[in-house]
Design a protein around this ligand. Structure first.
Ligand code: GUN
Ligand code: FE
Length: 416
């Protein structure tokens, strides 16, 4: 048993913050017993960690990113998706055949997400089995939780990044066998890159593997108009892009993350809702690649589950706090164009970054009873130069803060 003291802020629901000044979080092992204004009598003698005037908030969940695009973060923003992939991204990812390069870059990547307050992550690796396993080991050593996918791609890729279908399947199975039970916190995830780079035989096998091992799935969906038209050409009988994944059990038959979802049809939105498929909003990436703006309010109104992703290196920031800011700003741009959809509020965006994304991994992202304690301790003393309320302090940190304000990080009850 342990007690954590400080200014506690979290969002049990979309619409409001729960704020406890000088409050106490009681932990039993890695889980939350409760949040209190005073320590209940029966817990008085437990170890107390006093964070004084600091803010204690749930950790950030990054549900879509590409670890092997680390070198390209902050460069190569002058093309839209398909030429960007061919000219910048695939050549960089090809380098991960070299395990030493993978180890070097993946260590930098994990350090960067750690710095930025990500406590759970869903990451794409590359097609390469050995460096994918390196990334998993580095993540396990860091204490950050989440899942890592060996990427599958057996068509429409450059020679250096195109797999034989059977190799793709066998390497995926090999990683699953080695990592299914290696770590409580880091798990494999089935990762067809996107429809254009995966043959139907590959998709069919990946769907069967996901179901057999009860593994989650992550991919890209309806990000860019050129991409969507290409999927239509490749699969003329499919009703919409997501229908291709669905016909191979890769669309919500096990927990599923679909990144971007900028240009969805109404039927696609309906199917995502029915099958509990997460739409992962990656606002900075959508801007950098000129993809468009995800209609986040429309998805929320339709009860689609939403999470945030950094999508580095399409996105240029590792910080999910920045995803919160950009998501709010972009929703205001849509609102300004025509007033059909209300813009996103701070509590809604904070919920998406914490409890919304965290729900993919279990009871994560809130400080309610039985939630695993994933948390950030924020020292905002240099930003708090006048009598700001606790909510104003959080907002100021989200908009102006960075990794230097993150004092401590907890994942599943453990200081990392
Ligand atoms: N679609 C397929 N691959 C990628 C990728 O690496 N980044 C983004 N943003 N979209 C993709
Ligand atoms: Fe992506």
């Amino acid at each position: 048993m342990k007690i954590i003291k400080g200014n506690i802020i979290f969002t049990p629901t979309y619409d409001k913050f729960e704020i406890i000044k000088d409050g106490y979080i009681i932990l039993s092992n890695n889980k939350i017993v409760g949040v209190y204004n005073e320590i209940p009598k029966q817990y008085k003698n437990y170890e107390l960690i006093d964070y004084k005037d600091k803010l204690i908030i749930p950790g950030m969940n990054d549900l879509h990113c590409h670890a092997p695009q680390f070198r390209n973060v902050g460069i190569a923003m002058d093309k839209e998706l398909l030429p960007w992939l061919n000219d910048y991204t695939f050549p960089e990812e090809s380098k991960y055949k070299d395990i030493d390069y993978g180890k070097k870059m993946y260590s930098k990547f994990v350090k960067e997400i750690y710095k930025n307050g990500t406590t759970r992550v869903a990451a794409f690796a590359t097609i390469h089995k050995e460096s994918t396993m390196k990334l998993m080991d580095i993540l396990i050593d860091s204490g950050i939780g989440g899942c890592v996918g060996k990427v599958n791609m057996d068509r429409n890729s450059c020679d250096s990044l195109c797999e034989y279908t059977m190799t793709s399947i066998n390497d995926t199975l090999d990683i699953i066998k080695r990592y299914l039970n290696k770590s409580e916190l880091v798990k494999p995830i089935i990762t067809p890159r996107f429809v254009p780079t995966c043959s139907e035989i590959l998709l069919k096998n990946l769907g069967e593997i996901a179901i057999k091992y009860n593994l989650p799935v992550q991919s890209h969906l309806s990000e860019n108009i050129g991409e969507i038209n290409w999927v239509k050409e490749l699969h003329p009988r499919s009703k919409f892009y997501g229908d291709v994944y669905d016909s191979y059990n890769l669309f919500g038959d096990t927990p599923t993350l679909m990144a971007h979802c900028v240009h969805l049809t109404d039927d696609e939105i309906n199917l995502m809702k029915t099958k509990n498929v997460y739409a992962v909003h990656c606002p900075t990436s959508n801007a950098n690649l000129g993809s468009g703006i995800m209609p986040i309010r429309k998805l929320l109104n339709n009860n689609v589950k939403i999470a945030f992703g950094s999508d580095v290196s399409g996105g240029h920031s590792f910080s999910i706090f920045k995803a919160i800011v950009y998501a709010i700003e972009f929703s205001k741009l849509i609102w300004a164009q025509n007033k059909e959809y209300d813009f996103l509020t701070l509590s809604e965006a904070f919920y998406i970054a914490t409890k919304g994304g965290g729900s993919f991994f279990g009871n994560i992202g809130s400080f309610e009873k039985d939630y695993e304690f994933d948390a950030l301790v924020i020292d905002d003393s240099d930003l708090n130069f006048d009598n700001y309320s606790l909510l104003e302090r959080l907002e100021k940190f989200i908009y102006l803060g960075d990794d230097r304000h993150i004092y401590h990080r907890y994942v599943s009850g453990k200081l990392i």
